[in-house]
Design a protein around this ligand. Structure first.
Ligand SMILES: C=C(O[C@H]1C=CC=C(C(=O)O)[C@@H]1O)C(=O)O
Length: 433
């Protein structure tokens, strides 16, 4: 097995300053499209990054685990002058849902990829801070000072100006194929070999003009205030972006926050959701799985007594919050390895569901439905990359899925995935006006 690529670098030099500015994304006005973006309203984290001072790429799950362990166990940055009290990251990235896949469009993302931005701007309390990073070496401190002077002098003080980017989108996805795989799944469930499987499909979108990633992000965060908005960019410029309602794990020291999120209804049927048996079964498969896989890693676990409703713009989900105190030595690497994929995106029994997906889904999920987020010493925040799309030029490939259990109907599952696709379709500039 090859060792993870570490860009030949073990340590970086960083510097920081505070900015008289209000919006990290506004930096796109002078720095161009960001290389990463992260916006989590629940934790008030907002980060935009430009360039790459370092990248760690992995070819498989084992290497991804090693990289997560390394980035979370020791500091990779030596600070010149003032060090930030706390900062999200500073490593940002994600990994594939599964090892197998034949969609060349995912090639540039690799199996897993985490980057340290050259410049990053984030919200710290009520103000914005900027940090710059360069590889450790001769002249590194001077480079850090020069980059800081540049960002301090040029970062826009005001909010991101909004540009009108609505356009006509050509949207295509195969309904018969999706519905057939739902039927195949319910047959397999009826034979007792599976209890739940989450089937996904891709939607191809062609715009009249290239998509403007900055405006897509601005729409995603504005239209989805209960979701984490994210963007990760591959070295060829392809962007993977979305606004997900699902946290995989928020980890700090010995504390873990996670959640089960499964079971969906349109907003108009929100009040009926809690009483629906099919949605409850879909949901409880996730709760049971999380308690089972987390048990050996935790000293104490505390789950909500019953799911509550998580209202989003176009739909409502069932949500059970879970908090835990971790055993000594358990960190983000162990958590991701144990938790991913949860039955909110895979199924139960897990191995059986993944084999079913490989055989029947006919889709390379790439980074969709996989863990993405940030990691730093002793802390990490990973979300499940749902309501997302891979975007390059005028083309977007969007991904949506739905949990199938006994009693699922192909047509209803299609409609549910249509509903889920609205998050990205609207953000891409469709359905406006
Ligand atoms: C798989 C997706 O959603 C998951 C998360 C919440 C609710 C879900 C559901 O009700 O099926 C899915 O498990 C997706 O958005 O592509």
């Amino acid at each position: 097995m090859d060792a993870p690529v570490r860009a030949g670098q073990e340590r970086w030099v960083g510097g920081m300053l505070y900015l008289a500015a209000v919006d990290p994304l506004a930096g796109a006005e002078v720095l161009g499209e960001p290389s990463m973006y992260w916006d989590c309203p629940q934790t008030r984290e907002v980060v935009a990054g430009w360039g790459e001072a370092g990248a760690m790429e992995t070819g498989n799950a084992q290497e991804a685990r090693e990289v997560l362990r390394r980035l979370s166990s020791s500091a990779t940055v030596r600070w010149v002058g003032e060090a930030p009290a706390s900062l999200p990251g500073p490593w940002f990235g994600g990994m594939r849902f599964a090892a197998e896949g034949n969609d060349k469009g995912w090639g540039p993302f690799g199996f897993g990829r985490w980057t340290l931005p050259e410049r990053m701007v984030w919200r710290e309390g009520d103000r914005l801070a900027a940090a710059v990073f360069v590889p450790e070496g001769p002249g590194a401190e001077e480079q850090v000072r020069a980059l800081l002077v540049g960002i301090g002098a040029n970062f826009p003080a005001g909010p991101l100006p909004s540009r009108r980017t609505a356009q006509v989108l050509r949207v295509s996805s195969s309904r018969p194929e999706f519905e057939q795989s739902v039927e195949r799944a319910t047959e397999t469930i009826a034979r007792g070999r599976l209890q739940k499987v989450v089937l996904a499909r891709a939607v191809e979108i062609e715009g009249e003009r290239p998509f403007d990633a900055v405006q897509v992000l601005a729409r995603l965060r504005e239209q989805n205030p209960r979701c984490s908005t994210f963007l990760f960019r591959a070295p060829d410029g392809t962007a993977f972006l979305g606004a997900t309602p699902e946290t995989l794990c928020r980890w700090e020291g010995r504390e873990l926050h996670t959640e089960a999120l499964a079971g969906t209804a349109p907003v108009a049927q929100a009040q009926e959701l809690s009483g629906r048996d099919k949605e409850q079964r879909e949901h409880h498969a996730v709760v049971r799985y999380l308690l089972e896989v987390l048990g050996p890693l935790c000293e104490r676990i505390d789950a909500d007594d019953a799911p509550t409703l998580l209202p989003l713009k176009n739909m409502v989900h069932l949500r059970t919050g879970i908090r835990a105190r971790l055993r000594e030595g358990v960190g983000v690497a162990e958590l991701v390895a144990a938790m991913h994929p949860t039955p909110a995106v895979g199924g139960t029994p897990s191995a059986m569901a993944l084999a079913f997906l490989l055989e029947h889904e006919g889709l390379d999920r790439g980074w969709y439905a996989a863990p993405v987020g940030w990691v730093g010493p002793g802390r990490a925040h990973q979300v499940v990359a749902l309501r997302s799309a891979r975007v390059k030029g005028t083309t977007a490939r969007l991904f949506v899925g739905a949990g199938i259990v006994a009693g699922s109907k192909a047509e209803a599952e299609w409609r549910e995935t249509e509903l889920k696709s609205l998050t990205m379709v609207k953000a891409l500039g469709g359905l406006e006006g």
